[in-house]
Design a protein around this ligand. Structure first.
Ligand SMILES: [Fe+2]
Ligand SMILES: [Fe+2]
Length: 410
């Protein structure tokens, strides 16, 4: 009997043990020969590896053991980053352990504190407590959303819209079509055969699902750069993409139907911070500095200094763009999920954001791992043991979606 990772499974291998999902439901019994559909199902359900009959394959060597020195360095680093969290909470305990393993394997070092130095003679800036009002009053010249976003929105909100109408909208944009087909053919969906046209992708994945995915991708493409003194666009988008992937996987664990909308909500969760970085870099820098000096949560510093935080700015923007209320509210309450009209989606993005910060995949400015809202965690009714599979799948899917990040676009 040998353990084989899902991506290395070959057709015809025989299962030496039952394969079950995270809730213990039987997916495939021992003794079955593996076919392409089985591999697809394992990928969708996040099965990282299975037991097969026979000896090890030559190219399936076990992962190299982690250097104890790196493990210890990662543990010490995590001790610092987790200071705001309730370390005895079972979910945090598991996330901490997974983060140490991940950071030790990747040998990631904490990013240097790259904020520009504060000028000694600079007068202290008064907090701007009416920021959202000022932001709305000034009617900041936000980039116009492309007409395709408006059309996608119409497709999503119209219950009678058809797969053909959806495909027609997407086909108007060759770049969006190319991106979507790349996503659809990646392991993000794990489809058994190649999809070469949008109409087929819509049929396989669903009208609302594909349009929601297209919506998120189109919106983040609007913004091109962040002042490099704050952080890089690539790093910000990596954080957003990983959060979207994790939100989708957690939604699948909960058997939610709106998994693609959860991906979009995760992808857009910090869009308000993107607005701050791009249009109000001085205010953003002041908040980043303050959070570093005090070890306070960045969103709380924003609230104190600006009178509102990035999630509320995000809500305003998404509302102005008439995005679905589900996405608007999930983004708005991702730091305060218990206050959300629908706490489950907000709690999913809340946990996804915490996990991304714990692993250190990209950044949206937070240095420390956020606190876990215990009520939100209870709302989800998930077991901490799900994180191992979710992290494994996230890394795999993030690698296959790397082309969405700046510098990799087709
Ligand atoms: Fe956030
Ligand atoms: Fe975030």
């Amino acid at each position: 009997m040998t353990t084989v990772r899902t991506k290395k499974l070959k057709i015809g291998m025989v299962l030496a043990d039952d394969v079950r999902d995270i809730k213990g439901r039987l997916l495939l019994s021992r003794g079955k020969a593996i076919d392409p559909d089985h591999i697809r199902i394992f990928k969708i359900w996040g099965i990282p590896q299975v037991e097969v009959a026979g000896g090890p394959e030559d190219d399936d060597a076990p992962p190299a053991p982690i250097d104890p020195a790196w493990l210890e360095a990662a543990r010490q680093e995590a001790e610092q980053l987790f200071i705001l969290t309730e370390r005895d909470h079972p979910a945090i305990k598991e996330i901490f352990n997974q983060a140490v393993q991940y950071r030790a394997t990747r040998r990631t070092l904490p990013p240097p504190d790259s904020l520009p130095p504060e000028e000694a003679s600079a007068p202290a800036k008064e907090p701007n407590r009416d920021f959202l009002e000022k932001f709305i009053d000034q009617d900041i010249a936000l980039p116009e959303i492309p007409s395709i976003v408006i059309e996608l929105n119409e497709v999503i909100s119209d219950p009678l819209s058809t797969a053909d109408q959806m495909a027609q909208v997407i086909n108007k944009s060759p770049s969006l079509t190319a991106l979507l087909l790349k996503i659809v053919n990646s392991s993000f969906y794990g489809l058994p055969s190649r999809v070469d046209r949008v109409s087929l992708a819509v049929t396989l994945i669903g009208t609302r699902e594909l349009s929601s995915l297209a919506l998120g991708i189109s919106i983040l493409s609007i913004f091109k750069s962040i002042p490099s003194s704050l952080l890089t666009m690539r790093s910000f988008l990596k954080h957003s993409l990983a959060c979207g992937i994790i939100a989708r996987l957690l939604a699948a664990q909960k058997s939610m139907r709106q998994t693609e909308q959860m991906f979009t909500a995760g992808l857009l969760h910090d869009i308000g911070r993107l607005i701050l970085f791009i249009y109000f870099p001085e205010e953003a820098l002041g908040c980043l500095r303050r959070a570093r000096q005090t070890s306070d949560r960045l969103y709380q510093v924003e609230k104190k200094r600006l009178g509102c935080h990035h999630a509320q700015i995000g809500k305003y923007l998404l509302n102005r763009w008439r995005l679905p209320l589900f996405i608007e509210n999930t983004v708005c309450f991702h730091h305060e999920p218990a206050d959300a009209p629908d706490p489950v989606p907000a709690a999913i993005v809340h946990v996804a954001d915490l996990l991304v910060n714990a692993l250190g995949i990209g950044t949206s400015g937070e240095r420390l791992v956020p606190t876990l809202d215990a009520r939100a965690w209870e709302t989800l009714e998930l077991s901490p043991s799900c994180f191992e599979v979710v992290i494994h799948q996230t890394i795999h899917q993030l690698n296959t979606l790397e082309f969405l990040l700046p510098g990799n676009r087709p």
